[in-house]
Design a protein around this ligand. Sequence first.
Ligand SMILES: [Zn+2]
Length: 277
Amino acid sequence: MTFWVLLQLMILVLGLCLGSFLNVCIARMPEDRSIVSPPSHCPRCAAKIRWYDNIPIVSWLLLRARCRKCGHSISATYPLVEFCTGLLLLLLWRRLLPGPTYMDLPHLALFSYYLVFVCMLVALTFIDLNHHIIPDEFSIYAVPFGVLGAVGLARLDPPLGPGWQQSLLGATLGAGILLLIAGLYWLLRREEGIGMGDVKLLAMIGSFLGTFPALFMVLMLGSIIGSVVGIANMLLARGNMRSALPFGPFLALGALMNLYFGDYLAERLILGLLPPA
Ligand SMILES: [Zn+2]
């Protein structure tokens, strides 16, 4: 096995372990509980989960989705979050460092920058789906990190990342556009159409991906996929408007699609609309 393949395997394992940590964030952050202590325990019998019962995906399969002590069922969301995080980080590595010649400090810095971004998107997606809230830690509080990271990455040789002007403008416009839509919606309907969580989330996404074309692509993809899934969900729920879906996961999905296939999508979706030169 070559060093390069072994390295990618290590990235996958790192992703699985980070996914395990994200599970703690997803379970505890909406309830304002500490993500550091106490250590992981069964929610029913409070038995401490030993390290060998806490191995990503493997333990869930070996325990057949049950607590070793009391038999309380363990949600399939846990291995799902671990699997998603592991796969996304492996694909991120392969996208940003396509070969051993890319193994330098600037590209490793770029990978670390977007590693944080992807982890926040995974965690907030599951939190928003479960609780219809997006923690500030993963949205507005992360904007300075996005902008400062862009400043740092732009000073490297070669310069990487979205660039600080794009990052700053992306954060401002991201919040601005959704605030404008939210304001118009309120004027017309006198009810909240877009939550402040989504406004803060798009500011964070803009700060990491930049403004053009990324921010607009995220908004477009999020709206299109969100509408299709929303209509399907409404039809399945037989017109029950109370089953409305949160918008955050669709913005997060749009951001991931942009990060992984942005160049391809921009070529097909935006340049395809322009008349041929
Ligand atoms: Zn238990």
